[in-house]
Design a protein around this ligand. Structure first.
Ligand code: TXA
Ligand code: MG
Length: 345
């Protein structure tokens, strides 16, 4: 199959909506990462999302709504009522935006989309092209990140082509994603709210609305993980080249390694290095992180070394993704980096 990239202008959006309504898949930009969309009401579209991604059917998809209106999603049968007050308050403040809520599944939300769970993940993206596309389609789209399963999420159209070229007919090009990390996932089906995936909406922002900081739910066993957060496998968001988390800042470079830096150093940096932020701002680091990992992956280097993430807004989310992408840690012995494997669970 030929995969075309078209601009997310009026003509591109009309073509994309037509393809989606006919049951095809289209990759489209959101403010977080690119999504791989298919009609949520159509079983074949949902099945082809799993096939195109190579994603296990046990890993549920997020429902993307055209409007930031949870009551409507209940009325249409996607979410089961009554809605928790927390859901109403969170969506009032953070939709459209990078916040996904886990709620009780309504009868219209297909079991294959929710991987057989009684809950459904739901979000309303803020990117203008995503909104226009959803409005043209006039119905919710099921959309995971537009990468092959377990790999780095794409933050521009070319990265989607690298992941899914030949598997989908169309990629809508809306430029680089402004956030660059996937949405924050908050579960509202447990006795008290829990964060299943840290993201751009921070625990403090959620606490500002709900009154307390929701804990980050971490599964201790694979079985537990499959029950509470099926997609939260520890080995995820990964480049093909082994990635190591450095125990201290990188001061010296080894041309065999690719170095991902968060701190400006005195001298010039190596050709096999990328500085993610020049002013310590983690928002710009997040925006560039996945592209840097793709560059590192195609550099031919034997390993990718990543400096410790400094404190700051989104540090949790960045650390979470890097931990999932990593094969181990790296320790400086005074002369060279020693690669220590096996920190994966
Ligand atoms: O920013 C985002 O959320 C992007 C853009 C495209 O919207 N989408 C995205 O989708 O990251 P995906 O499928 O790559 O990640 C969705 C995450 C997975 O970890 C999945 O397991 C979890 O949400 N999830 C989906 N439904 C769930 C449910 N019912 N209960 C718990 N976790 C769920
Ligand atoms: Mg994903």
């Amino acid at each position: 199959m030929d995969t075309r990239i078209v601009a997310a202008d009026e003509a591109g959006l009309t073509e994309a909506a037509g393809l989606l309504l006919a049951g095809n898949l289209v990759a489209f930009p959101t403010e977080t990462v690119y999504g791989l969309g298919g009609l949520a009401s159509r079983t074949e579209s949902i099945r082809s999302i799993f096939t195109a991604k190579g994603r296990p059917i046990t890993d549920p998809l997020i429902l993307h709504l055209p409007e930031p209106d949870l009551e409507k999603a209940v009325a249409e049968g996607w979410v089961a009522g009554p809605l928790p007050q927390s859901a109403v308050a969170l969506t009032k403040n953070h939709w459209p935006g990078p916040l996904t809520l886990i709620l009780r599944r309504g009868p219209k939300a297909h079991r294959e989309m929710t991987a057989g769970l009684d809950t459904v993940a739901i979000r309303c993206p803020a990117h203008p092209a995503a909104q226009k596309l959803l409005q043209k389609v006039g119905a919710p789209l099921a959309a995971p990140s537009a990468n092959r399963f377990g790999r780095i999420s794409p933050t521009d159209a070319e990265a989607v082509r690298q992941e899914l070229g030949g598997r989908i007919p169309l990629i809508l090009d809306g430029g680089s994603c402004s956030i660059g990390l996937e949405s924050t996932v908050v579960s509202l089906v447990s006795p008290s709210p829990e964060i299943l995936r840290p993201g751009a909406i921070t625990p403090d922002q959620i606490a500002g609305i709900l009154g307390s900081v929701p804990p980050l739910r971490r599964a201790s066993t694979k079985k537990e993980m499959a029950q509470i957060a099926p997609g939260q496998l520890s080995s995820h968001y990964a480049p093909r080249t082994p990635l190591y988390l450095c125990e201290s800042p990188i001061r010296f470079f080894n041309p065999d390694f690719f170095h991902v830096l968060f701190r400006k150093s005195e001298g010039p940096i190596s050709k096999t290095a990328i500085l993610l932020t020049t002013d310590g701002n983690l928002e710009s680091a997040a925006r560039q992180l996945y592209r840097a990992l793709r560059t590192a992956d195609s550099s031919g280097c034997h390993a990718i070394l990543v400096e410790p993430v400094p404190e700051g807004l989104w540090a949790d989310a960045i650390r979470d993704r890097l931990a999932r992408a990593s094969s181990g840690t790296a320790a400086w012995d005074g002369n060279s980096w020693k690669l220590l494997g096996g920190n994966k669970t």
